[in-house]
Design a protein around this ligand. Structure first.
Ligand SMILES: Nc1ncnc2c1ncn2[C@@H]1O[C@H](COP(=O)(O)OP(=O)(O)OP(=O)(O)O)[C@@H](O)[C@H]1O
Ligand SMILES: Nc1ncnc2c1ncn2[C@@H]1O[C@H](COP(=O)(O)OP(=O)(O)OP(=O)(O)O)[C@@H](O)[C@H]1O
Length: 519
């Protein structure tokens, strides 16, 4: 091995700029990553973190006909000098939504498919598949159908598929955003174990990096203007550059900020807005929910939580009449939900889907926001849209396709489209995932204003800090059964129940002693 190769960084960005159109999104990036480094890329929603990941693995600019200046070198060679497909093996990417990555129905077939693409001889496949399943703790899932697995298991399969290519750099782009608290921690620990064992480099992109902090040795901060704003150890970044991070709207890890107490919200109103009675639901022969009871008053904030796949989104959809119960009933404002006229029900209730793309129906952000108001003949529709664009930081994206937005921007658009009227109830599936600190704060301000006007809000969430800070009541599901229905502060005393539901305590309680705050 020559000395030059030993000293060559794994990744080198040399005055690298990239834009989807003429305007550059990433500007003049200059950094190097060494072999075996474990780094975090932080930055506001829309700053270009996912774009950077796809530039490093050589997919961009070609795949999107973007423009670039400068160069990215991998092992000293420019990305464009690699054969097509060669780089995606060296630089493996795991995305937030594992399902978008799968091509086959069964776990073993998915992994075999990856190996076939790499032209691995069939007699070697079995051994490679078994090894990676063992490494990721999935041996027992080998013969199972992927769609029957939990979110955490699916994300581990996505990791296993990428590991089969034996990458030198593993990029994990918000890999735990959809996972329950225990699965999220397990995934971070698994990635760290893989990194130690394989001695590859890992680049994590995460808004709330707490579970990763024990492993992160270096943080890169990508600015809203597309420039690299800071590069250093976690202590250098989070203790010395705190103002810059706040200015950029980026989350500080919980151990670097003061714990937040629950908000003292005014009492919600007496009037009951929704009541769920003995609700059960099955899909094909599988029971999803069993005998669930739940109610909410006007202006109340409630959370539905529990492990991946336990039926939280299904319950929300039943409460909003997007699904029909097998038995039991839902009363909306005192009347059986089935007796409401469709238009009236939709006006009085809003639904923000877990996957924002499920909501988009037009070609531009502006049209998406104008669609409802125009349909309903709202007089000041245009002014209303401009207000929403400003509030949700989407003005620059007004002519963009909703589908080309960043994850966080899509989420904000999906919320904004629900705010044409002040609904009696807002069903909100995963409000904080994929959002940076500033947009989460602004989103919650809007939600608090709705509450003040009497809107009840039910969140489906894995974010225990959100439950702790905002919610007056919380419903916990395990295997489709309600195992807790009460105040968050009572839930935090139920250790056994928390463990069974794969939940963890909020940081306020969990890490009381370890705060490292500099004012
Ligand atoms: N295919 C595309 N075509 C045009 N613009 C795009 C495309 N993909 C992303 N963008 C734009 O590039 C910008 C950066 O997006 P990117 O997904 O890289 O941001 P991000 O930092 O990962 O955001 P988030 O934290 O919200 O996931 C956004 O303004 C987005 O609208
Ligand atoms: N369209 C569908 N067809 C078949 N099964 C489905 C469908 N949607 C959901 N399921 C299954 O129903 C169960 C409950 O799903 P649901 O999305 O309600 O769970 P969840 O608690 O919201 O999960 P997560 O936290 O992962 O979002 C899961 O096992 C899921 O695989």
């Amino acid at each position: 091995m020559c000395v030059k190769h030993l000293n060559t960084p794994l990744v080198e960005a040399e005055k690298f700029s990239f834009g989807y159109e003429e305007d550059m999104l990433l500007k003049d990036l200059q950094f190097a990553l060494e072999k075996e480094e474990f780094i975090l890329v932080a930055g506001a929603s829309g700053s270009g973190k996912s774009t950077l990941a796809l530039c490093l693995n050589g997919l961009y600019p070609e795949a999107v006909e973007g423009t670039k200046k400068g160069a990215v070198r991998i092992h000293g060679r420019k990305t464009e000098d690699y054969e097509k497909g060669e780089l995606s093996q060296r630089i493996g990417v795991v995305f937030q939504d594992p399902e978008s990555q799968f091509c086959m129905m069964k776990v073993e077939d998915e992994l075999a498919f990856v190996l076939e693409n790499q032209k691995v001889p069939s007699e070697e496949m079995e051994q490679k598949i078994d090894r990676v399943l063992l490494e990721t703790g999935l041996s027992e899932q080998k013969h199972r159908l992927i769609h029957e697995l939990s979110g955490g298991q699916k994300q581990k399969i996505a990791l296993a598929s990428v590991l089969l290519m034996e990458p030198d750099l593993l990029i994990l782009d918000e890999p735990t955003a959809n996972l329950d608290p225990v699965s999220s921690l397990e995934f971070a620990e698994l990635a760290a174990a893989v990194q130690r064992e394989r001695r590859c480099a890992v680049m994590v992109i995460e808004h709330q990096p707490d579970d990763w902090m024990p492993f992160i040795k270096r943080v890169l901060l990508l600015g809203k203007d597309g420039r690299m704003k800071a590069d250093g150890s976690p202590d250098q970044i989070y203790l010395q550059q705190k103002d810059l991070l706040i200015q950029e709207g980026v989350y500080l890890p919980q151990t670097f900020r003061r714990p937040e107490s629950p908000l003292l919200l005014p009492e919600s109103r007496e009037e009951e807005i929704i009541r769920v009675e003995n609700l059960s639901y099955s899909r094909k022969d599988r029971t999803i929910l069993t005998d669930v009871n739940f109610s909410m008053r006007a202006g109340e904030f409630a959370a539905v939580t529990g492990e991946n796949g336990t039926g939280k989104s299904t319950l929300l959809q039943l409460m909003a009449r997007l699904l029909e119960p097998e038995s039991g009933k839902v009363l909306f404002a005192g009347k059986n939900i089935n007796d409401w006229e469709e238009g009236e029900l939709r006006k009085r209730s809003g639904y923000v889907f877990q996957n924002p793309e499920h909501q988009f129906i037009t070609d531009t952000v502006f049209e998406e926001l104008a669609f409802g108001p125009e349909l309903n003949g709202k007089r000041d529709a245009e002014a209303h849209v401009h207000r929403l664009l400003k509030t949700f930081h989407l003005t620059e994206q007004r002519e963009a396709s909703p589908f080309s937005l960043s994850g966080g921007q899509k989420r904000r658009l999906s919320v904004a489209t629900m705010l044409e009227e002040t609904p009696d109830i807002l069903f909100f599936d995963e409000p904080t995932f994929g959002q940076d600190a500033r947009t989460t704060e602004e989103l919650m301000k809007i939600v608090l204003e709705l509450r003040r006007k009497g809107t009840a809000i039910v969140f489906v969430t894995h974010d225990m800090d959100l439950v702790d800070k905002y919610c007056e009541k919380v419903l916990v599901l395990t295997e489709g059964t309600a195992v807790f229905n009460g105040k968050p502060e009572t839930l935090w005393t139920e250790d056994e129940l928390l463990a069974r539901a794969r939940l963890r305590l909020p940081h306020r309680i969990r890490e009381r002693e370890v705060y490292r705050v500099v004012d």
